[in-house]
Design a binder for this molecule. Structure first.
Ligand SMILES: Cc1cc2nc3c(=O)[nH]c(=O)nc-3n(C[C@H](O)[C@H](O)[C@H](O)COP(=O)(O)O)c2cc1C
Length: 372
């Protein structure tokens, strides 16, 4: 136990860098939508929610998804927005408090695309938009296929939000290209049926996201980090895949890296699963191998009661902390994002680093009800 504990402290405590940013350790808070920001304004409770986790050892916080300033970006008035005076003033205080607690923080910039339905707040009159008006593969169109003007407006909204992030004191931005939301709707052939420059093969389907990255790069300083989150799975279809082979993955990620992505955040539901046949590398591992950029892994870290005992019993999936540390040490990936375990316990990082593992409680979905 002592060995595992001191090794966890040693491996996870090493600082790392993303472009111009030094992240004090390898523990990242995964972005999690909480809907505690009425009117899209993050308030005092949101500030202390993030600052508490920074004070307790999280090296980099990726905020919950926050809507860019486009009329069709979201579907809830309780999700924070990254545009508007009051909303940005609220966010500036979040960044200030996290910095005062010793952490670093990036907002996750978000447009949900076809996951919204027309009539939903906060932009009730706006249509649902996406590459082809489809919410999932095989669906009938229920929204508007984006025109070139829509494309340009959304690109502009991401660039403006990124510029605002730098202006109000954030350490970088994460672009939400995962889970079947707008950027992923373009990346995924299931929802992208376009025949113009934004549709077709994997490279063409990455054009929209790459243009967003390029516009963001242009809007911020050269050393301001841009993280791109992506996933194979979609909230519309857990079994969906963007890439069946490493070559396909490379085709999708290369234009994004060329446009200015500094780090990738490869979202999987279980970090220990190999992504492609013939290798133990997970999606983050493949991303690092193919792109050579810093990569964050994620997916069920610390959710299992045996995680911290390094349990690898017969027939059990390998998911103990030793496995995670081995992979970090082998530089399969650089950082580890933790979602639900950090909701359950704001002190999760501090306890893991200090070996106070007996104090960790198993995850209970009841922790979603409040913002503690
Ligand atoms: C309540 C909740 C809200 C989430 N919201 C977001 C989000 O806004 N953006 C995002 O990219 N992922 C979101 N996710 C996914 C998490 O970032 C993370 O990838 C996932 O929970 C797996 O990590 P975990 O097993 O450590 O929880 C959310 C997950 C949860 C549980």
């Amino acid at each position: 136990m002592t060995t595992t504990t001191s090794r966890a402290a040693e491996v996870l405590s090493r600082p790392t860098t993303i472009n111009g940013l030094t992240v004090p350790n390898r523990i990242v808070m995964a972005p999690m939508t909480r809907m505690f920001s009425p009117g899209g304004v993050p308030g005092e409770d949101v500030r202390s929610y993030y600052a508490r986790r920074a004070a307790a050892g999280v090296g980099l916080i990726v905020t919950e998804g926050t809507y860019v300033g486009h009329e069709s970006a979201g579907n809830s008035d309780r999700v924070p927005r990254f545009h508007g005076e009051e909303q940005l003033a609220g966010w500036a205080k979040v960044a200030e408090d996290v910095h005062a607690a010793g952490g670093t923080i990036v907002p996750q910039l978000w447009h949900i695309g076809m996951v919204r339905e027309q009539g939903q707040a906060p932009y009730a009159d706006a249509p649902a938009v996406g590459p082809s008006g489809l919410v999932t593969a095989g669906a009938e169109p229920t929204g508007k296929a984006m025109t070139q003007k829509d494309v340009d407006d959304v690109i502009g909204a991401f660039a403006e939000a990124a510029a605002a992030a730098e202006r109000i004191g954030f350490d970088g931005v994460e672009l939400h290209g995962a889970h079947g939301y707008l950027l992923d709707q373009f990346l995924w052939a299931g929802t992208n049926r376009r025949t113009d420059a934004y549709g077709g093969d994997a490279v063409a389907r990455a054009t929209f996201a790459a243009e967003i990255v390029a516009a963001v790069r242009e809007a911020v300083s050269a050393e301001f980090p841009i993280i791109f989150r992506y996933s194979q799975w979609k909230q519309q279809d857990y079994g969906a895949r963007l890439a069946e082979t490493p070559e396909e993955l490379e085709a999708i990620l290369t234009p994004l890296a060329a446009a200015g992505v500094d780090a990738f955040h490869a979202s999987t539901r279980r970090y220990w699963l190999p992504e492609f046949d013939g290798s133990d590398l997970n999606l983050a591992g493949w991303t690092k191998k193919l792109m050579g950029k810093p990569v964050i892994t994620v997916g069920s870290v610390g959710l299992d009661g045996d995680f911290l005992k390094g349990f690898q019993g017969e027939g059990a999936p390998v998911k103990g902390i030793d496995n995670l540390l081995d992979r970090l040490e082998a530089e399969e990936f650089d950082m580890v994002a933790v979602g639900r375990a950090l909701l359950q316990d704001p002190e999760w990082a501090a306890k893991v680093l200090a070996g106070r593992v007996d104090e960790l409680a198993p995850y209970d979905a009841g922790s979603l009800r409040s913002l503690s």
